[in-house]
Design a protein around this ligand. Structure first.
Ligand SMILES: [Zn+2]
Ligand SMILES: [Zn+2]
Length: 95
């Protein structure tokens, strides 16, 4: 990630990428549920990925959330609450 300005997806304004990302993180915290195969699952917060996943004490290396926060959608660290696989690759949630 660089400190360049990007166009915000929400309103088309140019903003510092950091500002846009902070909003994405905020939005991610409101988005707590995934419906998978007809069941509702709570998303897995950063730090709850389970044994062997090597979540560190610092911010998520991919999306920069802090432990206990929900990852920004598309983060490669997020676990799937249904199968405990990697959310972006497991295929449970149809995009
Ligand atoms: Zn993350
Ligand atoms: Zn899954």
């Amino acid at each position: 990630m660089t400190a360049t300005t990007r166009v915000c997806e929400d309103d088309g304004e140019s903003r510092a990428w950091k500002t846009i990302w902070a909003r994405k993180i905020w939005n991610a915290q409101q988005d707590r549920i995934r419906v998978i195969a007809g069941r509702r699952f709570q998303r897995v917060p950063y730090g709850r990925e389970g044994r062997g996943w090597h979540a560190s004490d610092g911010p998520c290396h991919d999306c920069a959330v802090t432990p206990g926060q929900l990852h920004v959608p598309g983060c490669d660290v997020e676990r799937c609450p249904a199968c405990r696989g990697q959310m972006i690759t497991c295929g449970c949630v149809v995009r």
